[in-house]
Design a protein around this ligand. Structure first.
Ligand code: EPZ
Length: 422
């Protein structure tokens, strides 16, 4: 298993290109199952999760060809020769559940393994299943698999989500495009990845209104046609790399960054004393002098502060002046980066869903363990600002969500290298 070796050093300077969004691509790819015509995605990120979704779609009989060094995904699911999403693939990546809605809507049956939990929480899929049942699906759980049927096709209906769920909104939105009649999704997720999915589905002929608000209305159509669609910029990669100059000092321009994708995050950076400036090619972030100020953070569904940036923000708060309270309200166990940061000298007190961080002048490099995708990159950020060397182990987590992180940070002056594992 590879590791990443980071040596703390001074201010960063330069530009970092931001890739297409992993969490948009992982829902746009299953949309190919909704049509027999080709769907091509451009600006796709080159990540192991995308390879996993590719393997899953191919296991169902879809064709997925990667072009331009992985940045273009040419897909076509003219004939599916399987409707079973196997546990082996699904357990590796929870987003695999997103093939359920499209497969069911297209062919009236699907068998998808339950994903099981992951490091950050139990992460049930009950809301996905309830939404499909509200559209007339008959579901049966057998030996860890969801057996879904809709012999006469799905029927439009009203889906009232008791809590905001990105994945359940995505599954329901895709399924509703081919359901008979109209479907209303209430308390729908508003994330930019949902907006991106709706825009792609509309290009395929879907009739959708209200994406980006908490109520989405879909008028079902008989069939969808092919399309070409660019994956939206990854707001989590953007926020992550914006934190590099914030924690190290210096000035970095994140190419392709858009303020509307990270508004709540930028408000907290501004409160902490980090300047963010919109340029005509992205977002320029600078921390001129002195330490950042401690600020409080509460994670919420979009447009609130994203849970996927909580670990990275905690790394910054570990070196801030003052005390910061971070409240994680989306997942029940998303502070596993805290004990690792404490190995680097951070002062963090975790009680349930609240972490209180008292900033220190300087962290100290240490060997640390990545536990999940965002925790791993928060340890790298901490290592950039720490005194001495930090070796982040188990970086396979990192490669799921960040392409060539050592190259992107190295290009702006970070001392970072990948150490090949045995
Ligand atoms: C998506 O996960 C993202 N993943 C996550 O990013 C992100 O953290 C999350 O949305 C929240 O923004 C992808 O898009 C592939 P949810 P998802 O359904 O859809 C509970 C990353 O690091 N819930 O919005 O699984 C759930 O347990 C990943 O890139 C149910 O109870 O998240 C959680 O507490 C991590 N029942 C809350 O809702 C359900 O049926 C929000 O989950 C579904 C969810």
């Amino acid at each position: 298993m590879d590791s990443i070796l980071v040596t703390g050093n001074g201010p960063l300077q330069g530009q970092i290109p931001i890739a297409g969004a992993k969490n948009a691509c992982l829902t746009l790819m299953p949309a190919t199952l909704l049509s027999e015509e080709p769907l091509t995605l451009t600006n796709a990120p080159r990540l192991s999760d995308i390879k996993t979704m590719t393997a899953l779609l191919q296991s169902l009989g879809a064709e997925v060809t990667t072009l331009q060094d992985g940045q273009v995904l040419a897909m076509s699911s003219h004939d599916l020769d399987s409707h079973v999403a196997d546990y082996d693939i699904v357990r590796k990546m929870r987003a695999s559940i997103l093939v359920l809605g499209p497969m069911l809507a297209r062919d009236g049956h699907a068998v998808v393994s339950l994903p099981g939990g992951c490091a950050i929480g139990a992460r049930p899929v009950d809301l996905h299943l309830k939404a499909l049942e509200a559209m007339g699906a008959e579901l049966e759980l057998k030996e860890g698999y969801v057996h879904a049927k809709a012999p006469g096709g799905l029927e439009g209906g009203v889906v009232e989500f008791p809590l905001v769920s990105v994945g359940a909104t995505e599954n329901a939105l895709m399924a509703a495009t081919l359901a008979k009649g109209s479907t209303v999704l209430k308390n729908a997720a508003r994330e930019p990845e949902i907006v991106d999915l709706a825009q792609c589905l509309r290009k395929m002929g879907a009739q959708i209104e209200g994406e980006g608000t908490s109520e989405i209305t879909i008028q079902g159509v008989d069939r969808l046609h092919g399309a070409t669609h660019p994956v939206v910029t990854d707001r989590i990669e953007l926020g992550t790399f914006m934190l590099a100059p914030a924690i190290c000092g210096g000035e970095v321009e994140c190419l392709g960054g858009r303020i509307d994708l990270v508004e709540a995050f930028c408000e907290r950076l501004d409160a902490a004393g980090v300047s963010v400036e919109e340029t005509d090619v992205g977002l320029k972030v600078a921390r001129k002098n002195g330490r950042v100020r401690a600020v409080d953070v509460v994670t919420e569904p979009f447009p609130g502060f994203p849970t996927d940036l909580q670990a990275q923000m905690m790394a910054l708060m570990c070196t801030a002046e003052g005390t910061s309270v971070l409240e994680e309200k989306i997942f029940e166990n998303r502070f596993m980066h805290a004990p690792e940061l404490m190995r680097m000298g951070a002062k963090i007190d975790v009680h349930g869903g609240t972490a209180t961080v008292t900033g220190v002048e300087r962290l100290k490099g240490a060997p640390v363990m990545a536990t999940d995708l965002r925790a791993s990159v928060s340890l790298i950020l901490a290592g950039l600002a720490a005194e001495g060397e930090t070796l982040v182990n188990r970086v396979y987590h990192l490669d799921r969500g960040y392409e060539r992180v050592e190259e992107k940070l190295g290009n702006v002056g970070a001392r970072i290298e990948r150490v090949q594992g045995e």
